[in-house]
Design a protein around this ligand. Structure first.
Ligand SMILES: [Fe+2]
Length: 239
């Protein structure tokens, strides 16, 4: 029986650069189930001028997949959130309401341009924490400033949960990302790991990332990074 919790995935069909259709969605869900996941959180992109599926389309895709999953994988629990790109839409939603959060409403996933870290991001994250919400930073290993100075992650990780992509640990996203992902894991700055699955073929690199963690950080590490900590993050708590 699986018990792992995924905070970041793109298995809902025809919304972004993830699953293209329902059969592909179900292949991805099946891949995650076979790796031991029990809770799958769909995080379709929300990025101005690139991926901005409507609320109606997202809810409809989630309902359709949920119906199929309930029949084929009754052991799985699905959740819906979003991967919010740090742009004007995000900032407006943050101030005025309407930011798509994890189901508890207390935490949300975000990303930004790998080469353009938002200015004074630590102060901005601190302000968000004061409003009793937990920001969850997707793939810190991709950001050039973190690649150049791993110490940035220590500071960022005081106000945001840092969630590394499992595939990055196996080199699925490039050499710099692999090196930084591994350094981040070894440094202990990472709060959780995620699938960030975009196709069923990602199963191989996700599994390789899990194997790397077990081998390098010890057998209890997966329980902490894929079970205990992500459950706390979903509840709005910084582990
Ligand atoms: Fe993603």
């Amino acid at each position: 029986m699986g018990r792992y919790v995924d905070l970041h995935s793109h298995f809902l069909p025809a919304l972004d650069d993830g699953a293209k259709d329902l059969p592909m969605s179900l292949e991805m869900v099946s891949a995650l189930a076979s790796l031991g996941f029990e809770v799958l959180t769909a995080t379709p992109h929300q990025r101005a001028n690139k991926f901005m599926p409507t609320r109606t389309d997202i809810d409809s895709a989630y309902k359709t997949v949920g119906h199929e999953v309930a029949g084929a994988f009754p052991q799985l629990q699905l959740g819906l959130a979003a991967e919010n790109f740090w742009d004007d839409v995000f900032r407006q939603r943050l101030m005025e309401g309407g930011l798509p959060c994890y189901p508890s409403g207390k935490s949300f996933l975000f990303e930004f341009d790998p080469r353009l870290m938002p200015p004074m991001i630590e102060q901005q994250l601190f302000q968000i924490r004061l409003s009793r919400r937990l920001p969850v930073m997707a793939h810190p290993e991709r950001y050039v400033e973190v690649q150049n100075d791993i110490g940035r992650a220590e500071v960022l990780g005081r106000t945001a949960a840092l969630v590394v992509d499992l595939g990055a640990l196996d080199g699925a996203h490039g050499r710099a990302e692999k090196k930084t992902a591994r350094k981040l894991m070894e440094s202990g700055f990472v709060h959780a790991v995620t699938s960030d699955i975009h196709t069923a073929e990602d199963q191989r690199s996700i599994a390789a990332g899990m194997a790397w963690i077990t081998k390098r950080l010890g057998p209890g590490s997966l329980d902490r990074l894929l079970d205990e900590n992500p459950r706390r993050i979903l509840a709005g708590e910084l582990p």
